[in-house]
Design a protein around this ligand. Structure first.
Ligand SMILES: Nc1ncnc2c1ncn2[C@@H]1O[C@H](COP(=O)(O)OP(=O)(O)O)[C@@H](O)[C@H]1O
Ligand SMILES: [Mg+2]
Length: 386
């Protein structure tokens, strides 16, 4: 991680992912002043200048007219998802687009032009983080566009879409146990990599809609708009504005703004719980005491007999009992209210590895049995938690 990230970062931490819904009058004058002062790059040369300090992955700077070609003029039937900052389109780079480019399927994330500072900052966070981190469990950033008011990111295309879509879809077949464990393992490796990077990174928005799946259900983290350089030593960041997603954010972060890698561990516990139960972290359609998944499931997790009451009924009893207990205990530890009592992501990776189902016939057969459907739009947004 290069120092470039800090160069333009205001000392008051002020990232919001739903700028559209925020009224400018809510911003304190101090924050406004800092924003006006901040110099954000406005063309590819300045972006590359910012990236130069870091050992960066090469990124392609696309022109906006090239993106029109790639996405068939941003056609509505190419929309893969959307959220706080715009829409994501499926695209195709053909070999005649530009000399030297290989044909490739891509996902094109267009940040809305009217989001000014907020949108631009999230866009730049992704360019900086994904432009220098490279790991099989992080989605690959191929390039970007920074032309006039356009801010666009071009990623490798993830054929099966988000975990949210695959886990909660009523159209697709239920994900089998082996795939759920494969997803948990892959996502845990992605987070462990971030936490152990030379300059650690806190992901800060770990949730099922930000974990994407390729054809073989390899999990990759995407959406680094809220990612943050990790604190050094025992220190933690204190955010004046708490950003993330309700139902996933760690309680101490919501209450005090203290952000550490253990906040990601808590969110990982929530996602693991979603994989075990097939329930969403927040579900307003359920009875009041079951709406918050963690509140409802936590007391039941360590009771061996009760655990069967919360396991996803769509698994139809098809899971290894011991493996289920181990995964439930792991979720329980991740969700400890005391951040220091939570395991490290590396320990979580080690605990999940033996739970992978490698028996002949299990993973492979089930993978091919599942529908190949292209995901619908994910409309979940990141929310300002204040
Ligand atoms: N590389 C990709 N391949 C396929 N689908 C993607 C890709 N990137 C994003 N999407 C889809 O778009 C949705 C929103 O993308 P995301 O990067 O999380 O943006 P947002 O900031 O709006 O949350 C994802 O949940 C997913 O469904
Ligand atoms: Mg997202």
């Amino acid at each position: 991680m290069g120092n470039c990230w800090c160069r333009w970062e205001p000392s008051i931490y002020r990232v919001s992912s739903n700028a559209k819904s925020e009224s400018p009058k809510n911003e304190s004058p101090l924050v406004k002043h800092k924003i006006d002062e901040s110099k954000l790059p406005s063309n590819p040369e300045e972006v590359e200048d910012l990236r130069r300090d870091a050992a960066s992955n090469p990124l392609i700077a696309f022109t906006y007219s090239e993106l029109r070609i790639i996405t068939a003029n941003f056609r509505q039937d190419r929309v893969l998802g959307g959220g706080g900052f715009g829409s994501v389109y499926k695209g195709f780079i053909s070999e005649d687009l530009r000399e030297g480019l290989e044909p490739l399927q891509v996902a094109v994330k267009v940040h809305d032009g009217d989001n000014s500072y907020q949108g631009h900052r999230e866009w730049l966070a992704e360019v900086i983080f994904l432009g220098q981190l490279s790991h099989p469990n992080l989605v690959k950033l191929i390039g970007y566009c920074c032309e006039d008011e356009h801010r666009v990111l071009i990623y490798e295309y993830m054929a099966r879409g988000s975990v949210e879509h695959n886990l909660f879809s009523r159209v697709l077949l239920p994900l089998p146990w082996s795939i759920r464990m494969k997803i948990a393992f892959g996502a845990a490796k992605g987070l462990a990599f971030l936490h152990e990077a030379e300059k650690p990174v806190i992901y800060r928005d770990f949730k099922t809609s930000n974990i994407l799946l390729d054809q073989e259900y390899n999990a990759k983290l995407s959406d680094f708009g809220l990612a943050k350089d990790g604190p050094v030593g025992d220190k933690s960041h204190v955010s004046t504005r708490i950003m993330g997603t309700y139902g996933y954010a760690a309680p101490e972060y919501i209450m005090t703004g203290h952000l550490t890698p253990r906040s990601d561990v808590y969110s990982f516990g929530v996602v693991l719980l979603e994989l075990l139960t097939g329930r969403k972290s927040l579900d307003k359609s359920r009875p009041a005491r079951e709406q918050n998944l963690t509140d409802w499931a936590l007391p039941l997790l360590k009771e061996k007999k009760k655990i069967f009451n919360i396991v996803d009924p769509r698994l139809d009893g098809d899971y290894p009992v011991k493996g289920m207990h181990k995964a439930a205990m792991l979720a329980y530890h991740c969700l400890n209210r005391n951040p220091k009592a939570r395991p490290l992501m590396r320990d979580i990776v080690d605990s999940l590895e033996p739970l992978l189902v490698t028996d002949e016939g299990s993973t492979e057969t089930t993978v091919t049995a599942i529908s190949n459907e292209v995901p619908n739009a994910d409309t979940k947004r990141k929310e300002d938690l204040q």
